[in-house]
Design a protein around this ligand. Sequence first.
Ligand code: CP
Length: 356
Amino acid sequence: MQSRHLIDLSDLCVNEWENITRLACDIRANIDSYYGACRGKILATLFYEPSTRTQMSFQTAMLRLGGRIIGFDNPSNSSVAKGESLKDTVRVVSGYSDIIAMRHPVSGSAMAASLYSRVPIINAGDGGHLHPTQTLTDLVTLRNEKGSFSGLCIGLCGDLKNGRTVHSLIKAMSGFPDNRFVLISTPSLAVPLYIKDYLSAAGTPWHEVSNLADAMPLLDVLYMTRIQKERFASEAEYINQRGVFVLDSDKMAMAKKDLIVLHPLPRVDEITVEVDDDKRAKYFEQTEYGLYARMALIMKMLEDSSKQLPTPPPGVQTQCSNPNCITRIEPYVPHIFRKSGDILVCSYCEERTLLD
Ligand code: CP
């Protein structure tokens, strides 16, 4: 049996999400009783991009379960700096560890890694594409702070184009009944087409606006995001977009009494510090829920894993049109597409490419 991976949250069924969030709540209440649940197991954290919360919460999670950790948080301190490919690094590290959490700046990198790994790969963020363990964190936060995953008006604000946490959260929350989205961004930082297609296919109501203040009274959940400087082609383009959306006390005064404000963090300037003292601000609690979510996820993924090297599927000649797709960066990765009418959807980054 080959390992199961978590590349997108859809790799788990909704029942499994609910079981993981329930387990995370039990871990939160009885954390000491879980020590030893992963005794003898090793987690490798391969972080090709900076991180505070994701990396440290994964490491803390494994240590609190009684397991051990290896890895790097800066690829320039590993043989990646000598030109080692993703394939070779993953194949080697999967021989040393039982499970791998990987963050990488390139879309589709987690799926590519899964083709060469003997152990489960957890996507800890692949470029501007997806961040499913942040979404598990968000689900645990919603279970505790809202008591429900359904019937919510969810506002997402900021860099919705490059915000991988936003993409994963929209995919997850559109799977629950009676949710609707208010997408608050400038036109150039709107959610990608594939996310709009996803919402339409799910039948989830959504609309786009460019004014945060107007949206405030409608919302049950406000999910603020940082403008992702590192994803812009130039400093000038970033400067043009930064500081457009700022949540402050005046805007909080327009919101429902039971609104909750979430943010995957890090924050730059999109939430003023005085909002931290508003009891509806839950983003620091959210970071702690992330620890319990990742403890539950590691336990679940190690339950039915076995060490077996997969055989990568054959690819096709067609190139993905996304220059930041892993198939364009690591040329040996097989090109794999799903056909949807007249277009090919890249299996790694979900970019659409017109059929020749
Ligand atoms: N939310 C999140 O991914 O934070 P880090 O980049 O600090 O891991």
